[in-house]
Design a protein around this ligand. Structure first.
Ligand SMILES: [Zn+2]
Length: 392
């Protein structure tokens, strides 16, 4: 594959020459854009956020999804262990899952719930968005494999083994290490998820836990929303060596779009201001009913203090992963609606995915490779997990 240098691309991002603009238009006609991690469902529950309306805040709704040619989404359900008491974790996951199903049903002309890779293809071809569901953090199943099995019946197709804190299955990269990787129970969880055809998600967990999960999984794993540590050296990102292990076993690293994860300078400002920002937000959320507009205003004000990060930086992360791990092992996991509006310039919401396609064309990627990165790699891993489940 021939590619222009990233530097050249940064100097001359727009517009594309006529021939490449034609390619972009052709690709956008039927490309499957499949995002592995979008966190909108909490807003259905907390704020009565409705997907059919166009919004000037948050990152996903149906009008913008149509504009951005988004084809499939793995919606993330979560209850951050630091924000909710343990007795609220499971109910919160169930409430957001119920709200997601309700929202998909209420918009049946535009969306349909998908349970399999074949569903995703069929729904995409019919011109609708395929909605899937995932759980962010093993703490949400109350240490019960029976609860995990029920979640599978309810449509959950991947689970992140741990979130911001270590749990009984795995160490989090941001929590106290307690197992040096996966615990024996964590390995049992991996086996059960393989049996059920649920993808193991290794975002958020410690490097050692990722290696353990890959070693014990019979199916390829995903990192549903992780960026490259080689480009932005911050704790939440993934080193090349770990990404390569995931790739060797067929897995996919889906890129997180949070500007603080794409760019170290942006992270430093975010990290420095975080205690003050979180304290201001807490002062608002402590008052019931919560004034979400005020919360968003605080988030915006702190975001404006961060240096601007362009979509070309995001494309550089994708290119780095493709070069170091292979083009079959890169995907998208925006983390939209989980990043408090901290998105790159040119990739502000789901209406902007074509800018990534444009960026990849600019770097010299072929059409088949662009299709893989934008969605087919993730679809392949979903299908491989289904096949492993059939093997018993
Ligand atoms: Zn996350």
């Amino acid at each position: 594959m021939t590619r222009r240098s990233a530097a050249l691309f940064l100097l001359a991002p727009l517009p594309l020459p006529a021939q490449e603009a034609d390619r972009l238009a052709r690709l956008l006609q039927d490309i499957l854009i499949f995002d592995a991690h979008i966190d909108t469902p909490r807003y259905f529950v907390d704020e009565n956020y409705r997907l059919r309306d166009r919004h000037s805040y948050y990152e996903l709704d149906i009008p913008r999804m149509r504009e951005g040619k988004l084809g499939a989404v793995m919606f993330g359900l979560y209850a951050q262990p630091q924000d909710f008491p343990p007795e609220r974790w499971l109910p919160r996951a169930l409430e957001t899952l119920e709200a997601l199903h309700g929202e998909v049903e209420a918009n049946a002309r535009d969306m349909e719930f998908a349970y399999t890779a074949a569903d995703v293809e069929r729904i995409h071809k019919s011109g609708k968005l395929a909605a899937m569901a995932s759980l962010e953090g093993g703490h949400l199943i109350s240490d019960s494999l029976g609860v995990l099995r029920l979640f599978r019946r309810l449509g959950i197709r991947y689970m992140t083994l741990a979130h911001f804190a270590s749990n009984n299955f795995a160490d989090s990269m941001t929590g106290q290490p307690i197992h040096t990787g996966l615990s024996p129970f964590g390995r049992e969880l991996v086996r059960e998820m393989n049996r059920l055809g649920m993808i193991i998600d290794v975002s958020h967990i410690s490097d050692k836990a990722v290696l353990d999960a890959v070693e014990h999984s019979r199916a390829p794993v995903i990192a549903s929303h992780s960026s490259a540590k080689a480009i932005a050296p911050i704790i939440r990102n993934m080193p090349d060596s770990v990404m390569q292990v995931i790739g060797k076993r067929g897995g996919v690293i889906c890129l997180n779009f949070h500007v603080g994860y794409l760019d170290k300078a942006a992270y430093d400002v975010y990290f420095r201001n975080r205690p003050a920002r979180d304290a201001e937000i807490k002062a608002v959320t402590d008052q019931k009913p919560i004034n979400w507009e005020k919360v968003r205003a605080i988030q915006r004000r702190y975001f404006e203090k961060m240096p601007k990060v362009d979509v070309s930086v995001l494309v550089r992360h994708l290119d780095h992963i493709a070069r170091t791990v292979g083009v079959d092992h890169v995907g998208l996991g925006s983390d939209f609606d989980g990043i408090s509006g901290m998105a790159p310039v040119g990739m502000e919401d789901v209406s902007k995915y074509p800018n990534i396609v444009k960026g990849l064309i600019g770097l010299g990627y072929s059409d088949p490779d662009i299709r893989k990165i934008m969605g087919l790699n993730l679809l392949r891993v979903l299908r491989q997990n289904e096949e492993v489940a059939k093997q018993k």
